[in-house]
Design a protein around this ligand. Structure first.
Ligand SMILES: NC(=O)c1ccc[n+]([C@@H]2O[C@H](COP(=O)([O-])OP(=O)(O)OC[C@H]3O[C@@H](n4cnc5c(N)ncnc54)[C@H](O)[C@@H]3O)[C@@H](O)[C@H]2O)c1
Length: 259
């Protein structure tokens, strides 16, 4: 595995079940020897996340709704306690938009649900990066990774307000990279092709997105969460020590095509 993760520790936000992209990333990091803390949103998925976390010997599993500043502060306090005041990486794999806003016209998105999508899917990265900053500084630097999608750069039918949230997330990656670079903290994104997860199921027309990738991507095949895990393992490792503010596409090359 690139870099090796022995002696490294970090936090993973966004595991809901074993199909989650965050789990694909966590497995790779744990296989490489990393110590992980996990957060989950809501009691409904707590048992799932605890079982998965146990399977990789996690030292901390705690609730976090990223809309709550109190939750974010408490989580990073708990993480600091568990990991002697320092972490090396943060995986942010969290997004939400109301199902009805991933079906109809973007034009009809109401104000409250527009802000909800941006709050959960983009602002949360800023809040978590700020909370992680002192813990990474204590280790002489760190690496932050988030998950984005091409729908933030181009109009993808049905992706709608989530595309606007991803555009905000992408810009936030660049501004965070600039701010935190002086502390040797790197901030990057992976732009993944379609993967069948819980979140993906709420996007109307998701099967069409998959079919188009298979037809038009240079590699004519789908990616899975382990492909994302492999790319994440690189970006979070010391091998990527001079890589920040960028997006790595794990999408069978689909983003390179004009049609
Ligand atoms: N699946 C895909 O095709 C695909 C492609 C590109 C990017 N992504 C991105 O990957 C990331 C992970 O999604 P996934 O596909 O693994 O789906 P997933 O449903 O497994 O993960 C989404 C996670 O977001 C969490 N979440 C939602 N609202 C939250 C809140 N208020 N507070 C804390 N956590 C909250 C959920 O609990 C869940 O764990 C998302 O950012 C998604 O946009 C997914």
């Amino acid at each position: 595995m690139p870099g090796g993760y022995e002696g490294k520790r970090g936090v993973v936000l966004g595991v809901a079940n074993r199909r989650s992209i965050a789990w694909g990333i966590a497995k790779r990091l744990a296989d490489g020897g990393a110590e992980l803390a996990f957060t989950y949103q809501g009691e409904r998925i707590e048992k799932n996340v605890r079982e998965l976390a146990d399977s990789v010997g996690s030292r901390l599993v705690t609730a976090c709704d990223v809309r709550s500043d109190e939750d974010v502060t408490r989580v990073f306090d708990e993480v600091a306690d568990r990991f002697d005041g320092g972490i090396d990486f943060l995986v942010h794999s969290v997004a939400f938009a109301a199902a009805e806003d991933l079906e109809g016209r973007f034009t009809d998105t109401p104000r409250d649900r527009f802000w909800l999508a941006l709050d959960v899917s983009a602002y949360s990265l800023v809040a978590c990066a700020r909370a992680a900053e002192p813990l990474m500084e204590a280790r002489g630097g760190g690496s932050i990774l988030t998950m984005t999608y091409l729908g933030g750069e181009r109009a993808v039918p049905h992706y709608n307000v989530m595309g606007v949230a991803k555009a905000t997330l992408d810009a936030s990656v660049r501004y965070l990279a600039w701010d935190l670079g002086e502390k040797n903290i790197r901030v990057n994104a992976i732009s993944a092709g379609p993967v069948r997860t819980l979140a993906a199921r709420s996007i109307a027309g998701f099967p069409t997105m998959e079919a188009i990738v298979e037809e038009r991507a240079p590699l004519h095949r789908h990616i899975d969460s382990d492909d994302v895990g492999a790319a994440a393992a690189y970006l979070l490792s010391d091998d990527a020590r001079n890589v920040t503010g960028t997006t790595l596409y794990v999408d069978s090359g689909y983003h390179a095509m004009g049609m």
